[in-house]
Design a binder for this molecule. Structure first.
Ligand code: MLT
Ligand code: ZN
Length: 464
């Protein structure tokens, strides 16, 4: 069957107008936020129901057509990129909140619900959906689950996985599985729900998710502290963690801060220039807690770890301090950064960062290297910026040369080559630095069970 006939057949499975093949749609829906790959899907399908998703998957099996799931397309590992003539399955029209249960504190969402929409719904009901990151205004719940999204509050609330009470998925064979039925306790064998979280759509597509909510935090208060050097950040973390229940502990380098301040729409936290900055957050529910935070700050200054600092006194100031961290990724996207998203256990962070920084500075003295990330949970983002004049492909090729060295170091520290951005195509060829050969064999065997014909997002996580 030729490709026109295939697309005509696909159209019969969906409502009229819900399969697009125009150039602009192929370009938009064929990619995520990664910039290494040119989008080249053959069509974009927009199912509205679970039955339509099942019909698409069954058709794909019958016709050997590769499918790529697509959410808010904010991913950074090319897990949602269709670069090889695949059919993209967009969940834009499966975007409804189906139920809210105040007693269970759960929300039943279709996969296309935007993260912010869920956060707002929680807030309107006096509750809180705690997984948060800069792209929450466009990322979708299905994508968050598919990548087990992390973000800025992991130190307190964990990753998306912690908040998934139940899932409905269409497997690669077109079967509908109802996983965990939203139960808190359910000791009935394998928890298949967990397999689909972070699977990047390689085992099946999420068609419904029940998300848990938490109590709303009270009087969130942020501090930005300028540290004397990188080595001071971890003692600062320990000092504050010993005294306060932190909701966030982020860090960024002076170079990252300079890029954000260069936008001109975010105020500097204070005048003192420091090589590194920590942003921490806690619930200042009593005056005592705020006093403890200030006393801990003073202790850190006395120790010589902290050079200057500021504590938010209003919602507006809290928001402005967060912008210093949250705007980094979008701001530096202008320089087409080569991104790394690596993690180690928290105790290993200082030695690990020093080693990686030495490798990168030695190999790339001419490139701008920026550090930022979720240091409180051991997740560091290393970004190398492309010089304006340099060709994009040449730049990525040059950066890739150092991957082996960086990932060898990750392996040495028992770390992860992808803490929260996923594997997709970007990290696929490096999976063996985080997973053993025998573990990868088991993963592939699992893929073969759920997707025997290899139609579900092939070429992501591993090259099948
Ligand atoms: C972040 O922490 O800002 C996000 O993971 C995005 C990025 O790393 O650029
Ligand atoms: Zn991050």
């Amino acid at each position: 069957m030729n490709s026109h006939a295939l697309i005509d057949e696909l159209k019969t499975l969906l409502e009229p107008g819900k399969v697009l093949t125009d150039a602009a749609s192929l370009d938009t829906y064929g990619k995520d936020w990664t910039k290494q790959y040119a989008p080249a899907p053959s069509a974009i399908a927009f199912p509205k129901t679970t039955e339509q998703v099942q019909a698409i998957v069954r058709w794909a099996n019958q016709r050997q057509v590769a499918l790529v799931p697509s959410g808010g397309r904010t991913g950074l590992s090319a897990a949602a990129v269709a670069a090889n003539g695949e059919v993209v399955v967009s969940f834009d029209y499966m975007n409804k909140v189906l139920d809210f249960n105040a007693t269970d504190r759960t929300v039943v969402c279709q996969p296309g619900v935007i993260t912010k929409q869920l956060q707002n719904l929680a807030e309107e009901n006096g509750l809180y959906y705690p997984v948060d990151f800069a792209s929450s205004g466009s990322s979708q719940i299905g994508g968050n689950i598919g990548t087990n999204a992390g973000g800025i509050k992991v130190i307190r609330y964990g990753m998306t996985r912690n908040w998934v009470a139940g899932l409905k998925v269409v497997t690669g064979q077109g079967d509908l599985l109802e996983l965990n039925k939203d139960l808190v306790k359910n000791a009935t064998g394998y928890d298949l729900r967990q397999l689909f979280i972070g699977a990047e759509g390689t085992l099946g597509f999420i068609v419904e998710a029940t998300m848990r909510l938490d109590r709303a935090p009270k009087n969130l208060t942020a501090m930005v502290l300028g540290t004397a050097d990188f080595d001071a950040i971890m003692p600062v973390l320990h000092a504050f963690q010993g005294k306060l229940d932190l909701t966030a502990f982020e860090f960024f380098s002076d170079k990252a801060l300079a890029k954000v301040l260069g936008r001109g729409d975010v105020p500097a936290p204070f005048e003192t220039a420091c090589p590194f900055y920590a942003l921490l957050e806690f619930e200042a529910t009593t005056d005592d807690i705020a006093d403890t935070a200030l006393a801990t700050f003073e202790h850190c200054v006395e120790q010589g770890w902290v050079l200057d600092g500021v504590m938010s006194q209003s919602e507006q100031q809290l928001r402005n301090l967060w912008k210093l961290r949250e705007y980094i990724s979008e701001t530096i996207s202008h320089w087409v950064p080569y991104k790394n998203d690596i993690s180690v256990t928290i105790s290993k962070v200082p030695a690990f960062l020093r080693e990686i920084d030495a490798i990168v500075s030695e190999r790339y003295p001419a490139f701008d290297v920026l550090w930022y990330g979720h240091i409180g949970d051991g997740n560091l983002h290393l970004n190398i910026l492309k010089p304006e004049h340099m060709d994009k492909d040449a730049f990525f090729a040059e950066c890739a040369l150092v991957n082996t060295e960086v990932f060898e170091t990750v392996r040495k520290y028992n770390g992860s080559i992808s803490a929260e951005h996923g594997v997709g195509m970007v990290k696929r060829d490096y999976l063996q630095y985080s997973r053993s050969p025998v573990e990868i064999q088991y993963m592939k065997a699992m893929k073969a069970v759920f997707d025997p014909n290899g139609v579900m997002n092939p070429g992501k996580i591993f090259s099948i």
